[in-house]
Design a protein around this ligand. Structure first.
Ligand SMILES: C[S@@+](CC[C@H](N)C(=O)[O-])C[C@H]1O[C@@H](n2cnc3c(N)ncnc32)[C@H](O)[C@@H]1O
Length: 259
């Protein structure tokens, strides 16, 4: 049972998420291998989204709870996997009644940019001693070409530089945070993961709509399309390969154990 079940403000476009951007989930598969869930283990999936990994972990016999700050995501997860447990909870501020054997998180921690230490503290409090924290997130330099194209386009159109919502730490920085919170880092990988934007016919512009769409709400409607067109022009040399767009993702993947 979680104490906090109020929806956290998230900037998610839930409808588009599974249909057009299933690759977010598709790329996380090796992370479940790293987690190595065992039958009967109690596992918490932090920032579970529509529950794809929650279901995968449950299929291996673990007892899983998926939590997410977005009510819409949780509603979709419940509708898709009615037999599993999901709850709306804020990653900065959740408390569990019974400790978990592991906390898992795919592609969510970089969205919790306001206070990464608060998130790690909550994870620590949710784990039993010896419990594991296994996660993957964007790492330093993630989407650098995409975000540089955005900044330039915004500037060219006389707009205030967009405040990007993500936290993309270096391996050293995140390891230090984990160690300070009482974790031993057993594995930490930092790698490029060029990611074809298979389902983004309009390339970088579609990516911006999905992942930074809330920034477009602040842009005068008449210039949204030309602005996005400019983002595409600026990003194309780095990210376009023929008719295909390949995003410059950089990942941080870790497995840590609570001392
Ligand atoms: C890219 S999705 C990843 C979803 C899922 N883990 C997956 O791999 O398919 C990021 C998720 O983080 C969630 N999120 C963002 N801010 C959050 C917060 N403060 N507390 C809990 N979840 C949050 C979003 O609602 C979203 O579902």
């Amino acid at each position: 049972m979680l104490r906090h079940d109020t929806p956290a403000p998230t900037r998610w476009n839930e409808r588009a998420y599974d249909s057009s951007f299933g690759y977010v989930s598709a790329h996380g598969a090796p992370l479940v291998e790293l987690l190595d869930p065992r039958p009967g283990e109690r596992i918490l999936d932090l920032g579970c989204g529509t529950g794809v990994f929650t279901a995968d972990i449950a299929a291996r016999g673990a007892q899983v709870l998926g939590i997410d700050g977005s009510r819409a995501m949780i509603e979709r997860a419940i509708a898709t996997y009615p037999g599993l447990d999901f709850i709306v909870a804020d990653g900065y501020d959740f408390v569990v009644a019974e400790p978990y054997d592991a906390v898992f998180s795919n592609a969510a921690l970089h969205w919790l940019s306001r206070d990464p230490d608060a998130v790690i503290r909550c994870v620590r409090m949710a784990l039993r001693p010896g419990g594991r924290f296994v996660a993957e997130m964007g790492g330093a330099g993630n989407c650098a070409a995409l975000t540089a194209a955005m900044s330039t386009a915004w500037r060219e159109y006389g707009l205030r530089e967009p405040e990007l919502p993500w936290y993309f730490p270096s391996p050293a920085e995140y390891a230090l945070r984990l160690e300070k919170a009482g974790f031993t880092v057993r594995l930490l990988e930092y790698f490029d993961r060029p990611t074809p934007l298979d389902e983004c016919p309009n390339g970088a512009a579609d990516w911006v709509r999905m992942f930074a769409g809330y920034l477009l709400a602040e842009v005068p409607p008449a210039i949204v399309e030309p602005l996005l067109h400019r983002v595409n022009e600026l990003a194309a040399p780095a990210l376009r390969r023929g008719s295909e767009w390949v995003a410059d993702y950089v990942r941080l993947r870790f497995a840590a154990v609570l001392d």
